[in-house]
Design a protein around this ligand. Structure first.
Ligand code: ZN
Length: 164
């Protein structure tokens, strides 16, 4: 009995510690922790993460000459890269959770996947360049670390938008 009781107390204590450890800590807090610990070492590491998505979608580029093949309705397996950049959290050893990028992009993925892009509001001229900006404009407010959106419509051609 006594052993069980001790075990329960111990498990409870560990649970509290784990919750504390899981609390997100920002770069500045890490720096302050290191300073408070008396260490002169300030660990800084800037990193970039890329989360890739693929959508199947059709488009036609209406502003091109009628004889241009891209003016005809056709489809691509668009590969979309969402890149975030920032200071790596020294304690967690990562910039952010890839799953958070996926979750933030999810509603826009649904608006684009298996669609005719010309029918999507704001994409009446759905070039890869415009698609990259369309994604950027919607993603950036919810994903402040966003640094680039890359849209590749083939294996050999891609457009990149960095908010400039
Ligand atoms: Zn195309």
């Amino acid at each position: 009995m006594r052993k069980d009781k001790v075990g329960m107390d111990s498990a409870k204590g560990n649970g509290l510690d784990r919750r504390k450890a899981a609390t997100p800590v920002g770069p500045m807090q890490n720096w302050l922790c290191l300073k408070a610990g008396g260490s002169a070492i300030v660990q800084e590491m800037k990193v970039a993460l890329t989360r890739m998505f693929q959508i199947e979608a059709a488009h036609a580029l209406p502003r091109l000459p009628q004889g241009h093949k891209c003016a005809r309705m056709h489809g691509h397996s668009f590969r979309i890269e969402v890149r975030v950049e920032g200071e790596c959290d020294a304690k967690l050893g990562w910039l952010m959770d890839y799953a958070d990028i996926k979750e933030t992009f999810a509603p826009f993925f649904d608006q684009l996947d298996h669609r005719c892009l010309n029918d999507v509001p704001g994409l009446d001229n759905p070039t890869s360049e415009n698609l990259a900006k369309w994604i950027w404009d919607r993603l950036k407010p919810a994903l402040p670390l966003l640094s680039a959106v890359v849209v590749a419509e083939t294996c050999t051609a891609r457009a990149e938008y960095r908010g400039d």
